[in-house]
Design a protein around this ligand. Structure first.
Ligand code: NAG
Ligand code: NAG
Ligand code: NAG
Length: 198
């Protein structure tokens, strides 16, 4: 009789302990789920924020496609496709005003061909700072083919606030650029405060 009551008591204790442990496990699982949910929410939030910044609030300038170039000279810009805190310097539409000091990605998406097939022709596109002899970016294009060659090229150029930059073309006779999309994007994103404090 005594023996049986003790077993019953022991059983109840074991049962209570088991229930407590089960409760602890449920709470732990819940905490993990809440934490995971938080991480996912933050991740999505930051992702949206970054994408938005990349498209709208990065200091940049990008030009509409410029087509049909076959002569030496400064690249004329017909239209700005998109820009933020950057603009053209004057009405001649060939000089870009630099508004922030720092590194920029200079990129060009270009399609070109040779009008005198067989002969290797070279075209050079340079980004130059007005008043400086040395180009900050130097892209060399080469072809001997009458078929269109399309390439995407980029380089990094360090430019200073108040500088003016323009794109210069040196094309061999017969070298034809069918189309070119050019742009500059500031690598320090929005942080213009750096030069505003200078
Ligand atoms: C561009 O200038 C170079 C010399 O700097 C010259 O050899 C070439 O023929 C010129 N190209 C055109 C298309 O006028
Ligand atoms: C410069 O660009 C503006 C705006 O796109 C345009 O209205 C103007 O005619 C252009 N000027 C020249 C000289 O191309
Ligand atoms: C630009 O590149 C071309 C071809 O690679 C080279 O001949 C020329 O000297 C370069 N110019 C400068 C100023 O670096």
């Amino acid at each position: 009789m005594d023996q049986r009551r003790m077993d019953a008591e022991g059983g109840r204790v074991v049962h209570r302990e088991w229930r407590a442990r089960k409760f602890a496990v449920i709470v732990a699982v819940q905490n993990v789920l809440v934490a995971a949910c938080l991480v996912v929410t933050l991740y999505v939030y930051w992702g949206d924020l970054n994408r938005e910044q990349a498209s709208d609030h990065n200091v940049h300038i990008r030009f509409d496609v410029i087509s049909g170039i076959s002569s030496n000279g400064t690249l004329k810009i017909h239209h700005i496709a998109s820009s933020y805190k950057m603009s053209l310097a004057d009405e001649k539409n060939d000089t870009i005003k630099i508004s922030c000091t720092g590194p920029y990605v200079v990129y060009i998406d270009v399609c070109y061909k040779s009008l005198s097939s067989g002969e290797e022709l070279t075209g050079i596109l340079q980004l130059q700072v007005v008043g400086s002899e040395t180009p900050v970016s130097n892209f060399t294009l080469q072809t001997r083919s009458a078929d269109l060659v399309c390439r995407g090229l980029s380089s990094i150029a360090y430019l200073r606030k108040e500088e003016k930059a323009s794109l210069h073309l040196y094309l061999k006779d017969g070298f034809k650029i069918k189309s070119a999309t050019v742009g500059l994007t500031y690598l320090w994103g929005e942080s213009v405060s750096f030069d505003e404090s200078q």
